[in-house]
Design a protein around this ligand. Structure first.
Ligand SMILES: O=C(O)CCC(=O)C(=O)O
Length: 275
């Protein structure tokens, strides 16, 4: 078992995130990048917009990452032993593109209650201040959910451009990860990220999120997979495990899952963004 140490758990409880955690080898991280780039080449628009979500449903390589024991041991330290995978998202910032992520709290629009869940941001490439790594506002998870302005900015990688204004950047911590490392963050910690100013892509494969089996989706429907332990609550429908890359049946389930997710993301919104 590679559970988090007491020190790491205390850090998470105090700051709302913990990093870096070594989970994959550089070869494994490169294998994920190759898989993503194969999909992008063979199916050019598949990972665009809403297609960046639930990619583990059509890729055995990505699905296996979600089931990685080192990741699950760390996650278990935070949410307990009954763990479901409730979704994944690719956060890709290409070299010299304008993408950023405004400061936000994940719990604001995601509909997962209670907050016995944690988000794993797995670095497929290095992630640092030059290429726009995440920044966490330490301790902000201890406060209530904050007001978010809905800005629908073209270059914002968030669905509605949801933005918490006036976050003191100088008080935020950069989450610097090498390819193969991950961070874990709390549902209510305020975080965001800036531009990629490097000449390579910055890729995060994000399990968004690992939930305890006691967590319900109060805004809509999600498709889960069991990662560990028991699902005594059976709140959610199970997704199939992908058979091969982009198998026909898996694509059908993927499309259904993405449609349902879009309803959750835009619940109560009068306008839609590009994701
Ligand atoms: O990848 C990023 O820069 C932000 C990702 C994010 O907001 C999240 O994983 O909750």
């Amino acid at each position: 078992m590679t559970n988090l140490s007491d020190q790491q758990i205390n850090f998470y409880n105090e700051k709302g995130y913990v990093a870096p955690i070594d989970v994959l080898s550089i070869q494994e991280a490169n294998e994920i990048r190759e898989e993503i780039e194969i999909i992008e080449k063979k199916w050019p628009n598949a990972l665009e917009g809403l297609g960046r979500n639930y990619v583990h449903m059509i890729s055995p390589v990505l699905n296996n990452v979600c089931l990685n024991n080192k990741i699950l041991d760390a996650v278990e330290s935070i949410i307990g032993k009954n763990i479901l995978i409730c979704g994944t998202t690719l956060f890709i910032k290409n070299a010299n593109e304008k993408g950023f992520v405004s400061f936000h709290q994940d719990a604001k629009y995601i509909g997962l209650e209670p907050h016995n869940w944690v988000t794993a941001w797995i670095a497929v490439t290095n992630s640092n201040e030059e290429n726009g790594c995440m920044r966490m506002w330490p301790g902000s998870h201890k406060e209530d959910l904050k007001n978010h302005e809905q800005k629908f900015d073209e270059d914002n990688l968030l669905t509605r451009g949801q933005t918490i204004e006036n976050v003191p950047i100088e008080e935020t911590d950069p989450v610097i990860l090498k390819a193969g490392q991950m961070s874990l963050h709390h549902p209510t910690v305020v975080h965001g990220s800036g531009l990629n100013r490097s000449n390579d892509r910055r890729i995060g494969f994000v399990v968004q999120s690992y939930i305890g089996s006691n967590v319900d989706q109060v805004l809509g429907k999600i498709y889960v997979q069991k990662a560990r332990g028991e699902d005594n609550h059976k709140f959610h429908e199970y997704s199939n495990v992908p058979k091969s890359l982009m198998a026909k049946d898996d694509i059908k389930s993927w499309n259904k899952a993405k449609d349902e997710l879009s309803k959750i993301f835009y619940s109560g919104a009068t306008k839609k963004g590009k994701y």
